[in-house]
Design a protein around this ligand. Structure first.
Ligand SMILES: [Zn+2]
Length: 288
């Protein structure tokens, strides 16, 4: 098989993952068994790539008890050999900036960062726009009813989907006071966190009734800022469902039809890891 060619339509779990993208961009391409493959280059040519990751730098927002991101300069200049050379060390919290929450973050014995299967990091995205809710109440919780309202308009959430909650809070980045509800650091800061999150019952519904691959959000945590028991995290972690936090640019994705690659640094034993997430958005998909 040519490396740029994917087995898209011949069944199996990949076909499930790629089906929405195909439906949006290659209408009819899989209609006959004589067309078992689609060309990835053609697919990308008809798509826009959207970066879902905030830049890691000194402005990166981290949890109030985490160390800030730091880029330590090792070399930057012309060497005795006459050539320019730059290198740095990077120091980062697992849970600062755009990042993965591995299931072990809130469930002993569950998957660590390097063990999260790629099938949960790559898949069709469902984007649930709750910006009016979040704008009205920084402590809002996305409920099962909100997800069912989305389904009534856009159709059922497919098994294996990456469900991305768009609160609109990413537009407040990197203003910590507005994004987190406070710029205070340490435990004092934790107590003053105010941002929306996922209701634990809705997390249970996504896991048990929809079999989602992963859940992401454009705030600092899947649980809202005022949570002290982190129940949504615990529900997802218990089912080995990873979470993506501090996502960016969800406003550039359609409600469905985008395909997301959320690939974290492969940190052995990590409870999380910095995440580079991108979306492939077919130009034919409708933004709603
Ligand atoms: Zn986290």
């Amino acid at each position: 098989m040519h490396p740029s060619t994917l087995q898209l339509c011949s069944g199996g779990p990949r076909a499930v993952f790629f089906a929405p993208l195909l439906a949006a961009s290659l209408a009819g391409a899989c209609a006959t068994p004589e067309a078992p493959q689609a060309n990835l280059e053609a697919l990308l040519a008809d798509s826009t790539l959207v970066d879902l990751t905030h830049t890691f730098d000194e402005a990166t927002i981290v949890w109030p008890t985490s160390n800030p991101f730091r880029l330590e300069k090792v070399a930057d200049g012309v060497t005795p050999g006459g050539y320019y050379y730059a290198a740095n060390n990077v120091h980062t919290a697992e849970h600062g900036g755009t990042h993965l929450d591995a299931p072990i973050h809130f469930a002993a014995g569950q998957q660590t960062a390097e063990a999260v299967p790629l099938s949960r990091l790559v898949g069709p995205a469902v984007v649930v726009d709750v910006t009016p809710l979040a704008e009205a109440d920084a402590d809002a919780l996305v409920t099962t009813a909100d997800l069912q309202t989305w389904e009534a308009t856009h159709g059922a959430i497919d098994r294996g989907s990456l469900v991305l909650l768009r609160t609109g809070f990413s537009t407040r980045w990197p203003d910590a006071a507005r994004y987190l509800g406070t710029a205070a650091r340490g435990e004092e800061g934790v107590a003053q966190l105010h941002f929306p999150g996922l209701h634990p019952d809705a997390a249970t519904w996504l896991v048990q009734e929809r079999g989602v691959g992963a859940v992401g959000i454009d705030t600092a945590s899947i649980d809202r800022g005022q949570s002290t028991s982190f129940d949504a995290h615990r529900v997802l972690a218990a089912a080995n469902v990873p979470a993506f936090e501090n996502l960016a640019h969800l406003d550039q994705l359609p409600a469905r039809g985008a395909f997301v690659f959320a690939l974290p640094m492969k940190v052995g034993g990590g409870s999380g890891a910095p995440l580079r997430a991108v979306a492939v958005v077919p130009k034919t998909s409708v933004r709603r």
